[in-house]
Structure formats: C-alpha cells, structure tokens
Design a protein around this ligand. Structure first.
Ligand SMILES: [Zn+2]
Length: 194
C-alpha cells in the first residue's frame, strides 16, 4: 500500500529496457571469426523470435559460407552467440538450409570417421569420429518447425555445426595424433590474436 502519491515525472520501479542483440548489428559487417576468438567457446543462446533482422543475418551467413567456400557456418563463427547455423552439404543453391534453435537426437549406434576442417580454423584438419545418422529438429527462416533424419553427409555437417553452438571445436574431438600434427598451426592462430 502506498498512501503517498508519486510526484509527477517520477517513475517507480521502471523495468530495465529490453535488450535486443540484433539492433546493433549490420549484417554486411559480419565476417567469419577465427580461433581463438572467445565467442567460439561460448554456449550460444536460443533465438526468441525469427525476425527480419535474424533473416538478414542468415542471408549474410549463406553469403559468407559460399564465399569461403564451406558446407556449413554457425552463428558463433560470425561473432554471434546464437543457436543457429546454415548448411549446404552439396553446394547446389536449392540445398541451402538454415537451422534455428536446432536439437539433435537419435544418433545411430553406428559411427564413422571422416576428415573435417573448419572455417574458423584455417588449414587445420583432423579425423573426427561421429554417429553416421541423426535426426534434427529446428525452425526454418519463417520460424516454422521441421524435422529431418539423415545417414548421409548432412548428418555430419549438422553435428559439426551444432558443436559450435556449444563452444566445441574439432580441436576438442580430433585424436591426439591429429592434435599433435596441428600444434604449430594452432599456436600460430593463437599468437596472431594475442
Ligand atoms: Zn566449424
């Protein structure tokens, strides 16, 4: 109970202004960031709403992925700690697909090994063991949910990009022998940023 009227011009318990990450970002300014940029080690946050700003960033990410060229690019790789990635395992324009707030599930017990690289780790490659197949649930660029199951290369790309959303890099997954082989390149990247 408050018997004392609020003087004109006073605001009581004014809520903190809503903080919108996107209002500060111009998509054209986004570039691929390299290890050891700290955002690559962060836990990315879900996207609350798929807005035009999010779509503009997705378009820029496709552009950067194709320019590189690469088969996938996650938002932390352009400096945004958001749970979203773009992928195109074939390079055909109709295979561009965005995965917003993705969830991976039902990995196959069957695993395989394949050499992987990463646009944030130039020239670094390692053999990575992953489940052959996966199901992914995500939102599309209109914010509509979809589900895909794959035992093809797609499933590997999803797993690599999904790792980025949890701050995991191929450096963490490659066997010690590959980590040794890449030691010099990793040091060079670390000192380039230091
Ligand atoms: Zn990567």
């Amino acid at each position: 109970m408050n018997s004392c009227p609020t003087p004109p011009g006073w605001v009581v318990n004014r809520p903190a202004p809503a903080y919108h990450l996107t209002t500060m970002i111009s998509p054209e300014s986004l570039q691929i960031v390299l290890y050891p940029t700290p955002v690559l080690r962060e836990q990315a946050q879900p996207i609350e709403q798929v807005t035009d700003e999010v779509r503009a960033i997705v378009d820029r990410m496709f552009e950067l992925m194709h320019e590189a060229p690469g088969v996938g690019l996650a938002a932390p790789q352009v400096g945004l700690p958001w749970r979203l990635f773009v992928a195109n395992p074939t390079g055909e324009p109709e295979d561009d697909r965005v995965f917003i707030n993705p969830v991976l599930r039902d990995p196959t017990r069957e695993m395989d090994e394949m050499e992987e690289g990463c646009l944030s780790l130039p020239h670094i490659k390692g053999i990575i063991r992953r489940p052959i197949g996966m199901t992914i649930d995500a939102l599309d660029r209109d914010g509509q949910p979809f589900t895909i199951t794959s035992r093809e290369f797609d499933a590997r790309v999803w797993q690599h990009e999904f790792d980025h959303l949890d701050g995991i890099l191929i450096l963490d997954r490659m066997p010690p022998i590959d980590r040794m082989a890449n030691k010099k390149l990793v040091k060079e990247l670390e000192s380039a940023r230091a």
